[in-house]
Design a protein around this ligand. Structure first.
Ligand SMILES: [Zn+2]
Length: 262
């Protein structure tokens, strides 16, 4: 597999909310002088399984987009097997509705692109051994400067979440060090889900491992709240209305928590 196009400039990622999370050093005076004025913004790819998977990291995506990063959300499936609150039958109409919800959420978060790879929901395992999931994800991951994805737990454990994380990690770890995207797994710190019953059975992580917190502003929580309102098939009105504030008060607490994959 050949990578398409040049990697974007990682060095400019040293400022802003990503400062603590990124290993890149600030530009030296010489580098600043040499940097082309039209340097493309760094590419941040959220590699996820389904529409609404972006919600647990939504304030970070909004913050990155607001700060000028090129943020691309990639969903492997349209979520055509997940009727959620809607009770709609599984199938193409549900998938189409959820694709539209993903586009709506992407606009609310201010991200540049929302892409769906079109695999069937719940069937990603059948696209692992034949390499088709890896091929579909390859350019998105290999050309990224930063990849945000589920951790090995997949949040509440969905196999599709775990597989997208594993394949994204597999692609990144094969890249040479000087061209490897940084991969961060979103995580819920131990003890933060107790006040949020819908997340009671989600996996949590030792906070000591969550060393890549991404700070956000009030306006990013507001963007996340607007994004939550898009997912009408998945959540009832009260859940949509309260989700971002509840995340802010519990699992985020001022930062969306991530840990480096390597
Ligand atoms: Zn999902």
């Amino acid at each position: 597999m050949i990578k398409q196009g040049p990697k974007r400039g990682l060095a400019v990622m040293a400022s802003g909310a990503m400062g603590a999370a990124m290993a890149a050093a600030p530009l030296s005076a010489d580098e600043k002088r040499l940097a082309p004025p039209d340097l493309e913004p760094p590419l941040v790819v959220a590699a996820l399984a389904h529409p609404d998977d972006e919600m647990p990291m939504s304030a970070a995506l909004a913050a990155l987009a607001r700060q000028g990063y090129h943020v691309r959300i990639v969903h492997a499936t349209p979520g055509d097997a997940g009727p959620g609150f809607s009770g709609l039958p599984k199938g193409e109409a549900l998938g189409a509705a959820r694709r539209a919800e993903a586009e709506c959420a992407g606009k609310a978060l201010g991200v540049a692109e929302v892409i769906n790879l079109g695999f069937r929901d719940g069937e990603l395992a059948s696209h692992v051994r034949d390499g088709s999931l890896a091929r579909a994800l390859f350019d998105h991951v290999a050309n990224a400067d930063l990849v945000l994805t589920w951790g090995p737990d997949g949040g509440y454990g969905h196999a599709d979440h775990r597989l997208v994380s594993a394949i994204a990690t597999q692609i990144a770890q094969a890249e040479p060090a000087d061209d490897r995207p940084k991969v961060l797994y979103v995580g819920l710190p131990n003890g933060t889900t107790a006040g949020l019953p819908p997340l009671a059975d989600w996996a949590t992580t030792d906070p000591a491992l969550l060393t890549a917190g991404m700070a956000y502003a009030k306006e990013d929580v507001a963007a996340a709240a607007r994004a939550a309102q898009c997912h009408v098939t998945q959540f009832d009105a009260a859940t949509r209305a309260g989700m971002a504030a509840a995340f802010d008060a519990t699992i985020w607490g001022g930062k969306v928590h991530f840990r480096p994959a390597f």
